[in-house]
Design a binder for this molecule. Structure first.
Ligand SMILES: [Mg+2]
Length: 310
């Protein structure tokens, strides 16, 4: 169709957009920057997502790299902001992808060390998986030296007992002690899984840029010499449960997102068509000025623009 040409749909005839849209029976949409900003829906986005389902009969899934909420909590946010979905299984979130992976790859007596926030622990607990470390600081005690921390915390045989996975997510309490514990667990047991909610490098706000989960992951990858398994976009593994359940056909699926590096790359990795919306960090002008960025197939300034074609 419009392969990697970043065609602005507003430049086409309505019949062309209409027939392009008829080529899909499944729509997967990113959330932050595409449907909402923090806790505020982007104008017109809910009308489009709802009309795609009720008027055009498409199956709709939301996908996010947000590891700060469980799948259920993201579904609740979507409902609250006016996005109607049949149930929470229509949300693809890294915490759930991690839970599904660990249920298949860990035994029931094993536990998880979490460098990350409390949402990861909530998702694991709901699935009956034991974990420790989430949502709390681990720092050297006053007057402690690092050797004392290592002797007290890491040299005990119990430190690695039954730990089947290290999971890393965004962690405002990230510290040397957490890095050392993760490093020790991953180096002392090559069968210990190493999973991360995403590898997003940075979160950009209008007035400030802050380190993303990818920064914490890179630190632990470096010291452990292990590569983390990314349980977020753009890893195509994220889509496998839906593919295995024959819930979608890639050639009839459209991926919508606001980020070239994550969403457009994910679409390419999964052989999906891609629609970039300009409500995040990337607009058509950004693409023209940066030829190294992966180009989407089509573009719209905002998702709400699609309503008149449905
Ligand atoms: Mg986004």
């Amino acid at each position: 169709m419009f392969q990697a040409n970043a065609i602005n749909l507003l430049d086409l005839q309505p019949e062309q957009v209409n027939s392009w849209l008829q080529g899909f029976d499944t729509i997967i949409s990113d959330c932050d920057g595409t449907l909402w900003h923090d806790d505020k829906a982007i104008e017109g986005a809910a009308d489009v997502l709802n009309a795609l389902q009720t008027r055009a009969g498409k199956r709709v899934y939301l996908i996010t790299n947000n590891g700060l909420k469980t799948r259920h909590e993201i579904w609740q946010r979507a409902q609250r902001l006016g996005f109607q979905l049949p149930n929470e299984s229509h949300i693809i979130s890294p915490t759930q992808t991690i839970v599904d992976y660990l249920k298949q790859h860990m035994t029931s007596d094993q536990q998880v060390y979490v460098v990350g926030n409390a949402a990861i622990e909530r998702a694991l607990t709901e699935a009956g998986i034991k974990s420790f470390g989430a949502g709390q600081p681990e720092l050297l005690q006053p007057n402690d030296k690092w050797q004392e921390f290592v002797n007290r915390e890491l040299k005990q045989p119990a430190a690695t007992d039954n730990v089947g996975a290290v999971v890393v997510g965004w962690d405002e309490h990230f510290s040397y002690c957490k890095m050392a514990r993760a490093c020790h667990l991953l180096c002392s047991n090559k069968d210990c899984a190493f999973l991360v909610t995403n590898k997003d490098a940075v979160h950009k706000y209008p007035s400030v840029h802050i380190p993303g989960t990818g920064a914490f992951v890179a630190a632990i990858e470096t010291c452990s010499g292990r590569m983390a398994l990314d349980m977020g976009k753009p890893n195509p593994l994220v889509l496998e449960p839906l593919l295995n359940a024959a819930a979608l056909q890639p050639e009839r699926t459209l991926m919508i997102g606001d980020c070239c590096k994550v969403d457009v790359t994910f679409a390419r990795n999964c052989n999906l068509q891609s629609l970039l919306v300009g409500t995040g960090s990337y607009q058509l002008e950004t693409l023209h000025g940066n030829p190294e960025l992966p180009k989407p197939d089509v573009y719209l300034p905002q998702l709400g623009n699609l309503l008149s074609y449905i």
